[in-house]
Design a protein around this ligand. Structure first.
Ligand code: C5P
Length: 247
């Protein structure tokens, strides 16, 4: 996965639409995220198609089940030779450890297992939601809940977590600067929020120390996706450069 470029969320209903979309970028190697919508209809074939075109694959299926089931599922996913996968931290420590075991057992000895990152709180979740629906104690903030999940992920041996950009800095400070933070919820000032709640621009995400940004609709639904992708990539890269100079 190339940290210098955004990860494009290929949330399309068919493989054909996803492939037509990436072909707009001609020979450029992209970071692409395959989520439930595309994987459930197309299965492993779409992973192979995108890999054969030279793209880096983030398979975002957010696994959440009993440890043994997650271990077996991760073993199967590792055999698809992907670059990054997700698992829900809410499944608990044993399940997260089982996920890693499954990935390691499914990876050929000559290869590295994919990066594994844990979902903390979805970027569509509001502070009100965690209290009224998840019944989180009213004394505990959404950020504290994200940090707790990040600690659990670290303890289990995950490579990082997925969170809103607004929590990246606190995660880095609490866990370690090497612990990866992947952040969806990215919007340019002119974009609608859609169903995202905890959002930031690419430059803000870089300043907040996100390692990877995931961008879907602002690019996939744009009139000129290549131009918007280039604009977002430039903003992200420039902000990262400025930040590195300051450190
Ligand atoms: O279109 P948009 O930019 O909102 O897409 C964000 C993508 O990131 C979606 O594919 C969504 O499933 C995913 N995601 C998220 N929040 C998380 C984890 C993943 O929005 N916490």
């Amino acid at each position: 996965m190339n940290k210098e470029c955004p990860i494009i969320a290929l949330d399309f209903p068919t493989g054909k639409e996803a492939l037509d979309f990436v072909d707009l970028f001609e020979r450029e190697s992209l970071n692409v995220k395959i989520g439930m919508e595309l994987f459930y209809i197309e299965g492993p074939r779409i992973v192979q198609e995108l890999r054969s075109r030279g793209h880096n694959i983030f398979l975002d299926l957010k696994l959440h089940d009993i440890p043994n089931t997650v271990k077996s599922a991760m073993n199967s996913l590792a055999r698809l030779e992907i670059d990054m996968v997700t698992v829900h931290c809410q499944g608990g420590l044993k399940m997260l450890e089982a996920a890693i075991e499954g990935l390691e057992s499914g990876t050929q000895q000559t290869e590295q297992p994919p990066l594994i990152v844990g979902i903390t709180q979805l970027t569509s979740t509001s502070p009100k939601h965690v209290h009224s629906e998840q019944l989180l104690d009213s004394q505990i903030t959404l950020e504290e809940s994200v940090l707790k999940y990040a600690q659990l992920a670290k303890q289990a041996g995950l490579d990082g977590v997925v969170s809103s950009p607004l929590e990246s800095k606190a995660i880095k400070q609490t866990i370690s600067s090497n612990f990866s933070v992947v952040t969806p919820g990215i919007r340019m000032d002119i974009n609608p929020m859609d169903d995202q709640i905890r959002i930031a621009t690419p430059a803000q995400a870089a300043q907040l120390q996100s390692d990877y940004i995931v961008v879907g609709r602002p690019i996939t639904q744009a009139k000129n996706p290549v131009l918007v992708y280039q604009t977002i990539t430039t903003e992200w890269q420039n902000a990262r450069k400025t930040l590195n100079k300051e450190v």
